[in-house]
Design a binder for this molecule. Structure first.
Ligand code: IMP
Length: 253
C-alpha cells in the first residue's frame, strides 16, 4: 500500500484466502484507539485498488451471516459460551429425515405410539414425527431425576395420556448419556404392557454408558462433551439453537 525507494513500507496481508470465491479475509479486533488508523487503511486500499471489492463486516453482520446459514440465531451474549458447532442445522435435518424414512419402513402396517421424554426432546420429536409416514400417535412424559440418593431413579412428573397396552411404542430420547434415565423409563413403560418398545435417540454419548440399554435408532454418536441446542439445555438456556454445539468447558461444574 506504500512504497519508499522501491521497498514496501505498508502492506495489507489478509489472514485467509478462499480460492473458490476469490475472497481474502482479514480478521481483526477493532480497538477504539485504532479505529481511525484502520479506517484510513481501508480508504487507501479502496483508492489504490478500485477494482477490488472491500467490505467490512462488523460483529453484528457476522452474527447475521451465522443465522442466515444455519448457525444461528445466536445472540451476542450466547456466542462466548459456545466452544464450537458440533452438528449443523442442515445435518440435523438431513439425518432426522433419514431416520423418519427408516422408521416408516420398519413400522409399515403398524401404528406406533411415539413417546417423547420432555423437555430436551421437543425439537427432535417434532421434526421426526413429520418424517414418519405410517399412522402414529404422539405422547409426552416428563420425569425428574432423584437427586442425592445415588441410585439414579427417576420420578414421573407427567405420565403419558395414551393407553399403550398391546401397542408398539417408539420411545424418543434427546440424548443417552449414562443410560440410567432411559433404563428407568423403559422399566416404567414395560409395566403398562405394550406389545413392543423400541428406542430412538438423537444423540448417543456412548463413552459414558453405565447401563447398557439397547438403542434401535441413533441419529448421531457424539464424543464425551456437554452439548446444547436443538432442545438440549444448560440451566434452561440454548434450547432454541437450531444446531448442536459444545459448551465451553469452563462453564461446567
Ligand atoms: P443419562 O440418564 O445419564 O443417560 O442422562 C440423560 C439425560 O441427561 C438427558 O435426557 C439429558 O437431559 C441430560 N444430558 C446428558 N448429557 C447431556 C448434554 O451433553 N447436554 C444436555 N443434557 C444432557
Amino acid at each position: 500500500m506504500r512504497w519508499e525507494r522501491g521497498h514496501v513500507t505498508e502492506a495489507f496481508t489478509p489472514d485467509f484466502y478462499l480460492p473458490d470465491l476469490n475472497l481474502y479475509v482479514e480478521l481483526t479486533t477493532l480497538k477504539s484507539s485504532l479505529t481511525a488508523e484502520k479506517n484510513r487503511k481501508m480508504r487507501l486500499l479502496k483508492e489504490l485498488y478500485p477494482e477490488v471489492n472491500v467490505i467490512m463486516l462488523k460483529k453484528r453482520d457476522y452474527l447475521r451471516l451465522l443465522a442466515k446459514y444455519g448457525y444461528g440465531p445466536l445472540s451476542p451474549d450466547q456466542v462466548p459460551d459456545i466452544d464450537r458447532v458440533l452438528i449443523t442445522a442442515t445435518k440435523l435435518q438431513q439425518r432426522v429425515g433419514e431416520l423418519g424414512a427408516q422408521i416408516s419402513r420398519d413400522y409399515a402396517g403398524k401404528e406406533p405410539v411415539l413417546i417423547g421424554v420432555l423437555r430436551g426432546v421437543i425439537c427432535f420429536i417434532s421434526d421426526l414425527m413429520r418424517h414418519i409416514s405410517v399412522p402414529s400417535a404422539v405422547d409426552l412424559m416428563a420425569i425428574s431425576s432423584y437427586e442425592g440418593n445415588g441410585a439414579g431413579a427417576v420420578r414421573i412428573l407427567k405420565d403419558i395420556d395414551e393407553n399403550i397396552k398391546g401397542r408398539d411404542v417408539l420411545l424418543v430420547e434427546d440424548i443417552v448419556d449414562t443410560g440410567m434415565t432411559l433404563n428407568h423409563v423403559i422399566d416404567y413403560l414395560q409395566t403398562k404392557r405394550p406389545a413392543s418398545i423400541r428406542v430412538c435417540t438423537l444423540l448417543d454419548k456412548r463413552a459414558r454408558r453405565i447401563v447398557n440399554v439397547p438403542l434401535d435408532y441413533v441419529a448421531f454418536e457424539i464424543p464425551d462433551e456437554f452439548v446444547v441446542g436443538y432442545g438440549l439445555d444448560f440451566h434452561q438456556r440454548f434450547r432454541n439453537l437450531p444446531f448442536i454445539a459444545v459448551l465451553k468447558h469452563e462453564l461446567l461444574p
